[in-house]
Design a protein around this ligand. Structure first.
Ligand code: DGY
Length: 330
């Protein structure tokens, strides 16, 4: 069967699919496909390995041969999952294998902001590594500070483990449901949203984006945080209001921000957030290590194989599709 892949992938990942007898077509151009181009490719395909491409209802309606889609990400807010489910198409994703790398990115950003690392780096680039006053542009110690996590799951747990190991940071969190594992193993304490804002010295966002939390981190919310607090977002840019974040940083409402995700992406080079002393911004590289990307692509390939064989996907975001397909069969 035919599998379409939206970005270049290593030979060893291609082999997982070709060894099973499938044919692969890989998008070779150094640009994302337009929606019409993607539809044209997928009208002839039974499977799609989707890397950084939004998939809306129209896409699914116009690609009647698709039997499975694997997104090479844990997040799936770029996909109309409800429409895929309605049409009986299972969607695979890649949870777990990227938790450590993404948690490490949040840990990295937290330290970069706390120590104003990018500001100091820029001083060297600007040929300003000269005379310095001992009390200018100082960082913040993280030792013993409170880490607050909004959306504590596997990624947040990895950040918390590193933060506790390195800086003994007590952990509070706010979730829809309590995380018993984190409470037991990391001494995490569940708090209401307001208390999370008031108590966190570093507030790191790890929630899935949904209609309820879209834009939740706005000026009103930043105003309830400590003036010394650092805001970190490695989840989705749409969880924060970027203009409000800029104002909160410029007016000293919070102390700093580290972002691996922006709204929109890509961020423009002249964005004012990039020139502040108290920010660190990365271009959505949370999972971008060789080991993690290999593990993600391998899981995506096995999601595709299972889907083409009519078996449950190893990681499926819409398992209710199987009940639906069974109902159809009856
Ligand atoms: C994910 O896996 O969801 C990453 O953020 C890449 O989109």
């Amino acid at each position: 069967m035919k599998i379409f892949v939206t970005r270049l992938i290593p030979g060893m990942i291609q082999k997982i699919m070709t060894d099973a007898g499938h044919e692969i077509e890989i998008w070779q151009e150094e640009r994302a496909l337009e929606s019409g181009e993607l539809i044209a490719k997928c009208q002839q395909a039974e499977a799609l390995l989707c890397i950084s491409q939004p998939l809306n209802a129209d896409f699914f309606l116009q690609c009647p041969n698709l039997r499975v889609v694997a997104t090479n990400s844990v997040g799936y807010d770029h996909i109309d999952v409800a429409k895929a489910t309605e049409l009986g198409i299972p969607i695979g994703n890649t949870p777990g294998v990227l938790s450590k790398a993404t948690g490490d990115t949040a840990f990295l950003l937290m330290q970069m902001v706390a120590r104003k690392a990018l500001f100091w780096h820029k001083q060297i680039l600007d040929d300003n590594w000269g005379f310095a006053q001992p009390f200018e542009n100082l960082g913040i110690d993280l030792q013993g500070k409170t880490l607050g996590i909004f959306g504590l799951g596997r990624i947040g747990i990895e950040l918390a483990k590193s933060a506790q190991g390195a800086f003994d940071m007590p952990l509070i969190y706010h979730n829809r449901n309590k995380n018993e594992e984190a409470e037991k193993t990391l001494g995490a304490r569940y708090v209401g949203f307001e208390e999370l804002l008031e108590q966190s010295d570093v507030l790191s966002v790890h929630a899935n984006l949904n209609n309820e939390n879209k834009g939740i981190f706005d000026l009103n919310v930043f105003s309830k945080m400590k003036r010394e607090a650092i805001f970190i977002n490695t989840a989705r840019g749409a969880l924060h209001q970027e203009d409000d974040l800029l104002k909160a940083l410029q007016d000293g409402i919070i102390a700093g921000a580290g972002l691996d995700v922006t709204n929109p992406e890509p961020m423009k080079a002249d964005h004012p957030l990039l020139s502040l002393k108290n920010t660190a911004i990365l271009p959505h590289i949370g999972s971008a290590t060789a080991e993690t990307r290999k593990a993600m692509l391998s899981l995506s390939a096995y999601n595709i194989l299972a889907g083409l064989e009519g078996k449950p996907l190893p990681e499926c975001v819409n398992p209710e599709v199987y009940q639906k397909n069974q109902q159809h069969a009856v």
